[in-house]
Structure formats: C-alpha cells, structure tokens
Design a protein around this ligand. Structure first.
Ligand code: 13P
Length: 254
C-alpha cells in the first residue's frame, strides 16, 4: 500500500496463551510472514511468555511488545514490571493505556503519560491507546474524549519522543464485539488525532506518527481499513490468537 508511514501491525494477546501455546503460535507465524518486509509486525504476549517467545522470534522479522509496564523504574512496587526488565527480553514496544486497563485498573491519562516517559527513557516505544465508549459516541462527544485522552496521555513528550510513539485508536464499542468501526468512521477519528498531534508538535511531526486502528480487525476487513489515508496499522486482539488469522491480516494489508 502506498503510504509514507510504514504500517505497524501488532497482536495483543491480552490474558491468553500459556508459554507452550504462545510458542506454537509464533512458530507458525514466523513461517507465514517471514517474507514480509513492507510491514512492521509485533506480538505482545503476556509477561509470562515474553522470555520464551523472544528466543523463538529473535532471528525473524517479528518484534516483541509487552502489554503494560510500571511508571517506576524499580523498587518497592509489588507485582509491577519495570522497563529495564522488559528490555532483558528485547521488548521494543509496550501497549499503554489500553481501554481494558483504563476501565478495570482505572488508569488515567496522567498515569499513562508517566508510563510513556518511562518507556522512552528505556528506548521502548509506547503504543498509546485511546478510544470512546458507545455512550460517548452516541452523545456526540467522541472528538472531545479522544482529544483530551491524546493531550493527557502524551503530556510532556518531546517531539523526538513523539516520533517514536505509536497511537492506537480503539473505539471501546468495537473491541471484542465483532463490530468494526466503518473505514470512514475510523478515518475520521484518525484524521482528527493527526490534527491534534499537529497542534501539539507541528505538521511535520504529526505526518510521521503512526496511528493504528484496533477493534474487531479481521482478515476480511484489514485491507479496507489499511487503505484509509490516516490508518497506519492495526492493533489486533482476538484474531491475533490464531496464526492463520493474524498472518492473513498482515498479508492482506500489503
Ligand atoms: P479485538 O481485535 O478482539 O476486538 O481487540 C482489539 C483490542 O483491544 C486490541 O488491543
């Protein structure tokens, strides 16, 4: 597909896959997508599978991501994982502020921005998620919600850090529901996000930042979504748990 920004397609496994299951998945995935150079491909297993999955993909074109990390660099934070610990496994990306964490762990924009700064300090690229609920869309406040999530979660990032940051637009009502935003609905919000980025960091930076779409992405809708001018990849949940489905999403997006 003809775009200046290289597409980034990431699989968010969420709380799924034992180590053995994860290894089976990536083994097949490596076989299916090993020729792909046009797209950056990332898998984000749970913490418990990072070490083994990392070894399995080390010589492939698939990169490793984590699903969360602490805003702190270390110390007395029971149950938390620090950026440096992720780096041990060659983690290159970390998903931050996923709507499930915003909802169940009550993560705020200001916490997410702290995490993003911590990730950058360790040279891990944050994938920062934003998205409106169905109720917010129906009350016609989508742009207010997204605008404030973007400004809040990106607070304090320099323009250089912005270039190493990925945004994922994931309408909450489209996650795991089988309801994808139409490509027009998604494009409209992606374009709006780029406008906000441009206000924050200027046009040149805004044009280079990758904005992924997430929410019921499947092999059958990937091409249409990726063909939109401001959609630069996908953050895939359910369909990334199956090697065939995930690789077809990648291959159909070329
Ligand atoms: P689904 O692809 O299962 O809708 O999940 C999207 C998502 O939340 C990815 O982070």
């Amino acid at each position: 597909m003809d775009k200046d920004r290289k597409l980034l397609i990431a699989g968010n496994w969420k709380m799924n896959k034992t180590v053995a299951e994860g290894l089976d998945l990536v083994q097949e995935l490596v076989r299916e997508v090993n020729q792909v150079k046009e797209i950056d491909i990332v898998v984000c297993p749970p913490f418990t599978a990072l070490s083994e999955v990392s070894k399995k993909i080390i010589e492939s074109n698939i990169r490793l991501g984590a699903q969360n990390m602490s805003e702190h660099t270390g110390g007395a934070y029971t149950g938390e994982i620090a950026a440096e610990m992720l780096k041990e496994f060659l983690v290159r990306y970390v998903i931050l502020g996923h709507s499930e964490r915003r909802q169940y762990q009550e993560e705020s924009d200001s916490l997410i921005s702290k995490k993003a700064l911590t990730a950058h300090a360790a040279s891990i690229k944050p994938i920062i998620c934003v998205g409106e609920t169905l109720e917010q869309r129906e009350s016609d406040v989508t742009k207010d919600v997204i605008g404030s999530q973007i400004r809040g979660s990106l607070a304090g990032l320099t323009s250089e850090q912005m270039l190493e940051t990925v945004i994922a637009y994931e309408p909450v009502w489209a996650i795991g529901t089988g309801k994808t935003a139409s490509s027009e609905q998604a494009q409209e919000v992606h374009h709006f996000i780029r406008t906000v980025l441009s206000e924050l960091h200027g046009d040149t930076i805004a044009k280079q930042v990758r904005i992924q779409y997430g929410g019921s992405v499947k092999p059958g809708n990937a091409r249409e979504l990726m063909s939109q001018p401001d959609i630069d990849g996908a953050l895939v949940g359910g369909a990334s748990l199956d090697a065939k489905n995930f690789s077809e999403i990648v291959l159909n997006s070329i």
